[in-house]
Design a binder for this molecule. Structure first.
Ligand SMILES: Nc1nc2c(c(=O)[nH]1)N[C@H]1C(S)=C(S)[C@@H](COP(=O)(O)O)O[C@H]1N2
Ligand SMILES: [Mo]
Length: 159
């Protein structure tokens, strides 16, 4: 009986998964997997460090931020160039990205918020959302279990 409830809780938490998006001082926005269904998706075949190929499907990250008012293309300039993204995972792992790294008018290298791998939703230990950077030579920015994305302003000294 106890394990039944545990299982029920696990299932509920999986379906209730959401991404918190905070752009500057604006009110944080919560996006569920259902909300993310409305965004454009693309697929990338990637060979990992062990030589295993997988097909990843997800949303180009800039599309998610565009929706929240972040500027890309010709509008990405001036003070926006010292803004950065802080991507946080459920285990506290954090990675920084600069806005131009996401911008398809600046770079060919995609940054994708992946939702599926080989036609299946991501496993609980890596998803439901994982950042993937298919062209990077090491996967240390491939944040598993992304729960939060913030747009912050650079300017404090590093530790
Ligand atoms: N949430 C989270 N994501 C993470 C990490 C982590 O510790 N926590 N480690 C990173 C590092 S250093 C690497 S090399 C890859 C490993 O990816 P894999 O688990 O698919 O092999 O995940 C990255 N994403
Ligand atoms: Mo790593």
């Amino acid at each position: 009986m106890r394990s039944f409830f545990l299982l029920l809780c696990l299932c509920l938490s999986a379906t209730a998964a959401e991404l918190t998006l905070q752009v500057g001082q604006k009110e944080p926005k919560k996006l569920t997997l259902k909300d993310l269904e409305n965004f454009p998706r693309e697929e990338h075949k990637v060979v990992d460090q062990d030589g295993v190929e997988a097909t990843w499907k997800g949303i180009p990250l800039y599309q998610v931020l565009l929706e929240s008012g972040v500027s890309f293309g010709k509008m990405l300039r001036g003070p926006a160039l010292s803004q950065y993204l802080l991507v946080t995972a459920s285990d506290g792992y954090q990675v920084v990205l600069a806005l131009p790294e996401l911008d398809p008018t600046i770079t060919q290298d995609p940054i994708i918020l992946a939702i599926e791998k080989n036609g299946q939703p991501l496993s609980a230990d890596e998803g439901p959302l994982r950042l993937i950077l298919p062209n990077e030579k090491r996967p240390f920015r491939w944040v598993r279990q992304v729960v939060k994305i913030e747009v912050l302003k650079a300017g404090t000294p590093a530790e």
